[in-house]
Design a protein around this ligand. Structure first.
Ligand SMILES: C[S@@+](CC[C@H](N)C(=O)[O-])C[C@H]1O[C@@H](n2cnc3c(N)ncnc32)[C@H](O)[C@@H]1O
Length: 193
C-alpha cells in the first residue's frame, strides 16, 4: 500500500522554460526531498538539464551527477526514444556544480560517485530498466546507510511506463510514499542507530 503525502514547502521554479518533462509541481516535490537528506545527488535521465538546474539551484553545496546517453537501448520503448536529448545537459547553467555523465545508468558504477544521498530515477521507464535502476539504487543507499530514492512517472499509462507496476510490488517490501497530485514517489532509508 503506497501512502499519499503532500509537499510542505514552496519553491520558486523557473517558469520561463519552454519545454519540460517534469511539471513544476513535481519538481517542487523533488526539491523538498533533496532537502530531507545529506550527500550528493544523482539524476538518472537528466535530458537537457531543465530539472538538473533546479536541483542545483536549491542545493548549492551539493554536487549533482547528471546521467544520460544518446543511443538506443534494448528496453527503451519507441515512444520514449523521442525524448532523447539533442545534446546531454546543454541547458545546465555554467555556474552549476554538475558533472554530466554520458553513459547508460545500466553501465554506470554508482560506487564510483562521491557520497550520493539522493537518487532521482527518471531514465528508461520500461519495467525492466526501472527495476535495474532501482536495484542498483537500493544496493547503493543501503550500503551508505541512509538516503532517498525518488522515482518520476508513477502512473498507470502509458503502457510502456513500468514505474507504477514496479513500485506497487516493491511497496510490499519497503515503505513507498507518493506525493498527491504528482507523478513523484519515493522511499527513505535511515540508519536505525
Ligand atoms: C523523461 S526524460 C528525463 C527528463 C529529465 N529528468 C527532466 O526532468 O527534465 C528521460 C531521459 O532518460 C534518458 N535515458 C533513457 N535510458 C537511459 C539510461 N539507460 N541511462 C540514462 N539515461 C537514460 C533519455 O535519453 C531521456 O533523456
Amino acid at each position: 500500500m503506497i501512502k499519499k503525502i503532500k509537499v510542505k514547502e514552496d519553491y520558486q521554479i523557473d517558469e520561463s522554460v519552454a519545454r519540460r518533462y517534469t511539471p513544476i509541481k513535481d519538481i517542487k516535490a523533488i526539491i523538498y526531498l533533496t532537502k530531507m537528506c545529506d550527500g550528493n545527488i544523482l539524476e538518472i535521465g537528466c535530458n537537457e538539464g531543465v530539472t538538473t538546474n533546479e536541483l542545483c539551484k536549491f542545493n548549492p553545496n551539493k554536487k549533482i551527477y547528471a546521467v544520460d546517453y544518446i543511443d538506443s537501448t534494448n528496453t527503451m520503448s519507441q515512444e520514449q526514444r523521442k525524448e532523447t536529448p539533442q545534446k546531454i545537459g546543454h541547458l545546465i547553467h555554467k555556474n552549476c556544480n554538475v558533472k554530466i555523465i554520458n553513459k547508460s545508468s545500466q553501465e554506470l558504477d554508482f560506487f564510483e560517485l562521491e557520497d550520493v544521498g539522493f537518487i532521482f530515477i527518471d531514465g528508461d521507464h520500461s519495467f525492466e530498466a526501472v527495476k535495474k535502476d532501482t536495484e542498483k539504487s537500493i544496493e547503493y543507499i543501503f550500503k551508505r546507510g541512509k538516503g532517498i530514492i525518488c522515482w518520476h512517472d508513477y502512473r498507470i499509462k502509458p503502457i510502456w511506463c513500468g514505474v507504477k507496476r514496479l513500485l506497487d510490488r516493491l511497496s510490499m517490501r519497503m515503505p513507498i510514499k507518493h506525493f498527491d497530485g504528482t507523478l513523484v514517489a519515493y522511499t527513505q532509508v535511515s540508519k536505525l542507530l
